[in-house]
Design a protein around this ligand. Sequence first.
Ligand code: WTA
Length: 633
Amino acid sequence: MKITSFPEYEQAYKKSVEQPEQFWKEIADNFLWRKKWDKILNWNFTEPKIEWFKGAKLNITENCLDRHLETMGDKPAIIWEPNDPTEDHRVLTYKQLYDKVCQFANVLKNNGAKKGDRICIYMPMVPELAIAVLACARLGAIHSVVFGGFSAQSIADRILDAECNIVITTDGGVRGDKKIPMKTVIDDALVRCPSVKKVIVLTHTRTPVSMIKGRDVWWEDEIKKVETQGNKEFIAEEMDAEDMLFILYTSGSTGKPKGVVHTCGGYMVYAGYTFTNAFQYEPGEVYFCTADIGWITGHSYIVYGPLSQGATTVMFEGVPTWPDAGRFWDIVDKYKVNIFYTAPTAIRSLMSFGDEPLKGKDLSSLTKLGSVGEPLNEEAWHWFDERIGKKKCPIVDTWWQTETGGFMISPIANVTPLKPGYATLPLPGVQPILVDEKGEEILGNGVSGNLCIKFPWPGMLRTTYGDHERCRTTYFATYKDLYFTGDGCLRDEDGYYRITGRVDDVLNVSGHRIGTAEVENAINMHSSVVESAVVGYPHDIKGQGVYAFVVCPNQHGDQELARKDIMMTVSRIIGAIAKPDKIQFVTGLPKTRSGKIMRRILRKIAEGDTSNLGDISTLLDPGVVEDIKAGAL
Ligand code: WTA
């Protein structure tokens, strides 16, 4: 299933359009199925209804673990680098990982978990996070991983939405010099979540925690019980290709995050196929993705994609700048990493430290580089290429989304000719089209429009958990018979794709998706705030920064203190990742007569471009614009 030359790419692409079922059948044949499908594809984008490999039976963990045991049992599956570089790293071979997954699946079973249950995982980047994810999949429970940076309130919302009955967490987490009291955050969240009957707590930081009788159990004690029972194996649950594998919450243009649902068969095929192809993974190579498993990148390209392909995947607990800005390069040097996959925000941040952190670091093992999460600007592209890749490593700029499950538009390393700033060409199986506001297709090259996909691919989302209508209206109703990505895109003279950013009210802050409505809701929770409007503005490191215009009429005292209070509120309600970078107090927001906030004007002001604000005559009170301009930060 590996494409190794450009003519092969062109041929595969053609086949994927002309005979999609045959194309995907041949790829799916590379995986382990207990029973093969009755039908490759059933679909319509109207409901939407998408079924891949219907009737097939499998367990994704048999593909990620069991099938490698004979040939690669003693090969490293996961290499774990701790936050503190003076502490010991850990290596788990495929056999060891298999044993631990079986063990923990037994723990879950002993604690009442069964197929179809939803299990919330809130853990730092430790190997047990990957073990927990895989154990859920082995047992047929649906995992919902919540990123460690989210607040108790956000976790509770997600647990309630999915009606989770088990939570897996740790006593605490560490990132750089910061400690995160994970169990305490979970305790706060669970006050609102009666559906949760068990909390399994891994000892990690030895932070003191309170354990509630009957509800909370220690990971280590539960493992001991399994050992006493003598249960070494756990026979994987047989799943239908279309059974749910996981839910992952992501922000949209409304205030409430949605639970994107991926299913077992199609997701597995897609994650494996895209991993192997884009990175041209060769057996024995060491692969390091710097993402967190709390995001889709970690799901698809730390856990499922690499493991399904028998790869060695590096998991890193810490942050790129601690103890210093050479940390990634130390890791590359230490484990002789061949493939390094990171985010533009990290590249830009490390670039700002200059060459010093690179001194004495041997990066000669690197052969391929990758980037994800937001557009990789040309300056950062060149720095990455020259300083890290030494001009000998292709950079795969992978465009995709939580909803797509895997790479969509991306170079294939050493196959696709590159162009800085471009995600280049669609992978075989992906049919992008550009449309105008009315949904008319924009044909030809050298054009820009809204990016849609016109044909299903196996890794696409199937629904949003508990609310199929929301899935339809968000993705399939904007333009008839198309999946709408929410991104704007340029197709240049050569037919190459360049993603220009979101066209909806979603911000991309350091590669994290944040809905402006969500941040506004959080700010409005503050007792002295009447209303607010949040927009993005260009930020050198983060890509986009969060700019909040806040109406706070009784705010007479210390503005700095009031700002801090509002920041604190956002941290409490959503999490520190959504904290505004700038808060401007205003007397009113620019609204039309019908009460709609004219964000276009606020965006311009936030960008510092007030020379031409366009037509403001339809505003209820054009006067507020002058005030806002005068107070701009
Ligand atoms: C953006 C992350 C430009 C885009 C995998 C998309 C990108 C959103 C790229 C999805 C890229 C992701 N170039 N923009 N290579 N990759 N994006 O769901 O706006 O966290 O819609 O998935 O990130 O973010 P998500």
